[in-house]
Design a binder for this molecule. Sequence first.
Ligand code: GLU
Length: 480
Amino acid sequence: MKEVRTRFAPSPTGYLHLGGLRTALYTYLYARRNGGKFILRIEDTDQEREVAGAVDMIYQSMHLAGLTYDEGPDVGGDYGPYIQSDRKAIYQEYAWKLVEKGAAYPCFCTKERLDEARKAAEAKGETFKYDKHCLHIPLEEAKKRIAAGEPYVIRQNIPTEGKCGFDDVLFGHIEVDCATLDDNVLMKADGLPTYNFANVVDDHLMAISHVMRGTEYLSSSPKYDLLYDAFGWEKPVYVHLPVVMKDQTRKLSKRYGDPSFEDLLHQGYLRDAIINFIALLGWSPRNDREFFTLSELEQIFDLEGLNKSPAIFDVNKLRWMNGEYVRKLPFEEYYKLALPWFEKAGVGHVDTRRLAELMQGRTEVFGDIPEMVHFLAEMPEFDNELYTHKKMKTDPAVAKQALTMIKPVLEGIDEWTETNIHDVVMAAVAESGMKNGQVLWPLRIAISGLANTPGGAFEIAYLLGKGETLKRLNQSMEKL
Ligand code: GLU
């Protein structure tokens, strides 16, 4: 069998969106599974869309995602250059080969002429198709005009009849009438190729065996096959991947503020959880298993498990999955990752290790941490009704009684450890004849201002320290 060589070919237009990450991941996994090579190619021929710094962002994203490529602009390889703008001369050479074969031709039509023809087509309710106006210019004449400096493009000469088609692993045989296809531009007036041309030349010259990309290229692929035929080149295996949807009707898109891979990392999702989740957006191992490391995926990923229907990006499922990963982190790892979020919340001064122990089981996404722990830095406003709890048999009146009883007890504790607070408070409660909940619930509310907190009254009192606990207790009692 031919060596498997796959490529991820992003355009440098910004952060890696999740659909792109999925393509990159599947492309990577397929190469690894088959002992092949994974290549990164930068498709920067549409310079108007290019965003400054985006190429570096792509390297960075691939690195963050753990998708190591064997060949690419920054790592080299035998099939370079791997940035399309560095391959200008190659495209020129191959475009002219097509011209010589009659499969392409130079076109000198002005923008005005094309705009007019487009308008006329639209007025008739038709889609504009180039009318092969320049096809009949003899090649010698065309070359003279080019030499004289006249601007031109090179167009693909699509047959006017017959069928053209190709085979896709997921979508089967796709065939269209050639007459429906347009003589697309292969080389632009700026001397750069269009995607339509560059992808074919590069995939061939880079010996790509399997082309994986989004279904948006499904409809143009018959045209690419005509190019392969014109050159007499062997075609790659095509796998067009269905889009990733936000919901039933909308595509996931950064234009609508949907997160990129980097956004998710910044929000405090774990790389491994994101990769695991993305792997399952359109692929399944055909059993119930849900958790996979990247290296496990490298062993089992296959084309048979791909799904033809669009996948839906369910952020709640990602949150859940992330939470599962967070819980399984070794404590030290969790602590290291949580600490910056504690600091961000202004609670870096408390016993953060203890706080981390209390938080690990409750953290779904690290970005949730500040909101959950900020009360330790600043006492929130709260309504006295929060003291009311049926099951605990408390209300503001009971709370007043409980807090009045417990305050001097807390004041008497010298060594402010969690165990001491626990033992001393529990003894006082037992002596008072009140129920545990009647004291502990109001105490926790009085010092946290929240119905839900990581840890109970003892843990929070400990984290706040004696001074702050008593200060909050006094303030809350004044309000009662
Ligand atoms: N540059 C194209 C894109 O970013 C890649 C398409 C392909 O993989 O062939 O969508």
